[in-house]
Design a protein around this ligand. Structure first.
Ligand code: KG4
Ligand code: ZN
Length: 361
């Protein structure tokens, strides 16, 4: 089964062509997903466009998706050596995300389905992240604990079976990636500054600053208090918020590095502690981590330290931590194989919590 997958939920336009070899629909829906082979994929990031505004501008994101999608479609089909006649299905991100951005990909996919007669399925973007550690062959098996940490979402989920997810907790305010980016902006890094802040932190092995470890003693997740604490600390230390210095210059600055070190340490400590608590509480053995922040080296190291080696900890491959269409193809392919189809009159869902997902009947 060859599926084309389309992702436009935020500021990345992505298309992938994947071949799906689910052993049988029964096996697929019960405990594993079957395997996908990536035939071709493209991710067109708009980061450089939104950087100047300090965040994603929804209107611009949608317009850019509209411009780029047809070009990417042509490219992936050419690279895979296929035409639309060789495809067996279409998967598209239906939500959650920016409504206007979602609508572009969704309409594009609906148009393609109407023109070709191919079956179409709508995919939950978070389910894509959650299952992205399964893109490559691994010994990860349901049920497992999933930590999803991206720019828009931070949640701990019990992945019971494909399509069956129980929410353990989600952030009450900022997502972990958002906390990284907001703190990074206060230090003068350009949006999205999470990775740059992490590189700055790597320059030092300790820090003279300490920050409140938000919610550690209470249930749930919250990062907005951290942003306030960082703002106060930065104001005190720098005298003023430095917004316009080049990242290269900042990376060599000891004070910025130490602040970055403390910020990263605090966010990671909260995520690791909450993950370990959830794992013990739910009696789950394996932990899978996905989303943009899963690329963070300190988070990876600290989770490894907490969980030990072996078959316990799984990360999405670095290139599939951030938004991509391969993860949408993986979810879409097994849902199509299990007989799921998008209802003709359905539209996008800009809010679509993971726990509302159902298994294909
Ligand atoms: O999953 P993603 O690409 O987009 C969303 O769906 O949100 O995640 C992007 C987020 C941004 O906040 C970015 O700063 C953060 O992931 N990020 C990182 C790192 N790489 C990306 N945060 C900390 N350390 C990193 N190495
Ligand atoms: Zn995402």
């Amino acid at each position: 089964m060859v599926v084309i997958a389309i992702e436009t939920s935020c500021d990345e336009t992505a298309i992938a062509v994947v071949r799906f070899d689910g052993t049988s629909v029964d096996a697929v829906t019960r405990n594993s997903l079957g395997e996908i082979t990536i035939l071709a994929e493209r991710v067109w990031s708009q980061v450089a466009i939104h950087e100047q505004y300090g965040g994603v501008v929804p209107e611009i994101a949608a317009r850019e998706h509209l411009r780029v999608l047809p070009l990417l479609l042509e490219e992936v089909l050419a690279e895979a050596g296929l035409t639309v006649k060789d495809l067996n299905g279409i998967a598209v991100t239906r939500g959650p995300g920016l409504k206007g951005a979602l609508l572009i990909g969704f309409s594009f996919a609906k148009g393609l389905a109407a023109a070709t007669g191919l079956p179409l399925v709508g995919v939950n973007h978070i389910e894509g992240h959650l299952l992205s550690p399964l893109i490559h062959r691994s010994s990860l098996r349901f049920p497992f604990l999933s930590l999803i940490v991206s720019g828009g979402h931070t949640e701990l989920v019990e992945a019971v079976a494909p399509g069956e997810y129980r929410l353990i907790c989600r952030t009450m305010d900022d997502a972990a990636g958002e906390a990284f980016d907001k703190a990074a902006a206060l230090l003068g890094f350009r949006y999205p500054g999470g990775a740059a802040l992490s590189r700055a932190a790597e320059q030092v092995a300790e820090s003279r600053y300490s920050l409140p470890r938000v919610m550690l003693e209470r249930p749930g997740l919250s990062f907005s208090g951290l942003k306030t604490a960082v703002a106060l600390l930065v104001r005190r230390e720098l005298g003023r918020v430095r917004r316009d210095r080049a990242v290269e210059e900042l990376i060599n600055d000891r004070m910025i590095s130490e602040l970055s070190f403390s910020i990263e340490k605090t966010i990671v400590e909260v995520l690791v502690r909450k993950t370990m608590e959830a794992r013990a509480e739910r009696g789950l053995e394996q932990v899978a981590v996905a989303g943009g922040v899963a690329a963070n080296r300190v988070l990876r190291d600290e989770l490894h330290r907490a969980l030990g080696g072996g078959d316990t900890l799984f990360f999405a491959d670095r290139r599939y931590c951030s938004d991509n269409a391969v993860m949408i193809g993986l979810v879409g392919a097994w849902r199509l194989a299990a007989g799921e189809r998008l209802a003709a009159r359905s539209s996008v869902c800009s809010r679509w919590p993971i726990e509302q997902m159902v298994r294909p009947s």
